[in-house]
Design a protein around this ligand. Structure first.
Ligand code: FAD
Length: 280
């Protein structure tokens, strides 16, 4: 590696005591890589509020830099303010700021229309000390009107005060580099860190990708379909694809990698080791 790229791991909040135990073990193992931070997702509409808070508190208690995700769709200003204050009281100095998607059954979108509105609100209410991450979409967001408007909307979040971005996962490095080039041409200097999704399951990945708009290239999809009843071959193929993607990104000087761990150690650990991150 030509530089020391950053590293971060994303978790989802556990829903059961057993899930909490698993997460604690995964955190312990991945903490050995000494990542820059861990992040914990948040169910838009408030469904995982307590779980996110508890996981962040637990990780901070174990000495890790842990950053909560926070979504604004359907949320009031007071609620957002109280939630962020509760994190600041824990010592949190980084947030992953998102719009989120309104859960089925909820109709009131609330006062914040876009993530950029939430970034503006946080800067107004809490100043500039807190590091704000936002989302970026190299394969474009499902609601995107055009590549140009997507980039302009992304720039709005940076102009509103976001410090850096994490991308939706992608498997085609060219789409990431094209997004980066366009962003640079628009004067965006904030780091745009690739979000990396290990491949361990065919059906789940196809479903996720359909919902979030991430492109699953045909050559990958066809082989995963072929291996869907042969777990060992599927995992070996998935490892090769994602490790090669990470190597390509690192060789081209990315700022860092952010792993969607899905609260599992092995897939992420194997890829990190293969591309040169070391456990202390
Ligand atoms: P925005 O940046 O607001 O964009 C949403 C859409 O609106 C885009 O199509 C954009 O182009 C468009 N848009 C933005 N501004 C304008 C404007 N001014 N005028 C017109 N159109 C505009 N979801 C969760 O519920 N919980 C999580 O913890 C979570 N974590 C995530 C982490 C990462 C790294 C990523 C990439 C996604 C995550 N998501 C999470 C999913 C995210 O909430 C959804 O993708 C959501 O649909 C969009 O959120 P956003 O913050 O990107 O929205």
């Amino acid at each position: 590696m030509t530089q020391s790229p950053e590293l971060s791991f994303e978790f989802f909040p556990p829903r059961t005591p057993k899930g909490a135990e698993t997460l604690a073990a995964v955190h312990t193992e991945l903490a050995k890589f000494e990542p820059n931070f861990f992040s914990v997702t948040y169910g838009a509409g408030g469904s995982t509020q307590a779980g996110t808070y508890d996981a962040i508190k637990e990780m901070r208690g174990r000495g890790s830099n842990a950053a909560p995700h926070i979504t604004c769709v359907g949320a009031s200003r007071d609620y957002i303010k109280e939630t962020i204050q509760s994190y600041i009281d824990l010592g949190v100095d980084r947030l992953v700021v998102l719009r989120g998607d309104l859960p089925g059954g909820m109709v009131d979108r609330g006062k914040f229309k876009y993530a950029s509105d939430l970034v503006t609100f946080i800067r107004d209410e809490f100043g500039n000390d807190i590091h704000l991450e936002v989302a970026a979409y190299p394969d474009f967001h499902p609601e995107s009107k055009s590549p140009q408007s997507e980039l302009e909307n992304f720039k709005r979040k940076i102009d509103a005060g976001a410090n850096s971005a994490i991308t939706q996962y992608f498997y085609n490095a060219d789409s990431y580099f094209a997004f980066l080039d366009e962003a640079t041409r628009m004067g965006i200097e904030a780091p745009i860190v690739p979000g990396i999704m290990p491949i361990t399951n065919y059906a789940t990945l196809v479903r996720f990708s359909d919902v979030c708009g991430a492109e699953l290239p045909q050559w990958i999809k066809a082989r995963l379909r072929q291996y869907q009843d042969d777990e060992a071959s599927l995992k070996a193929f998935g490892f090769d694809v994602v490790a090669n993607l990470c190597l390509d990104l690192l060789e081209n000087g990315v700022h860092g990698l952010h792993f969607y761990s899905l609260n599992k150690v092995e897939p992420v650990k194997q890829i990190c080791q293969a591309v040169g991150y070391e456990q202390g």
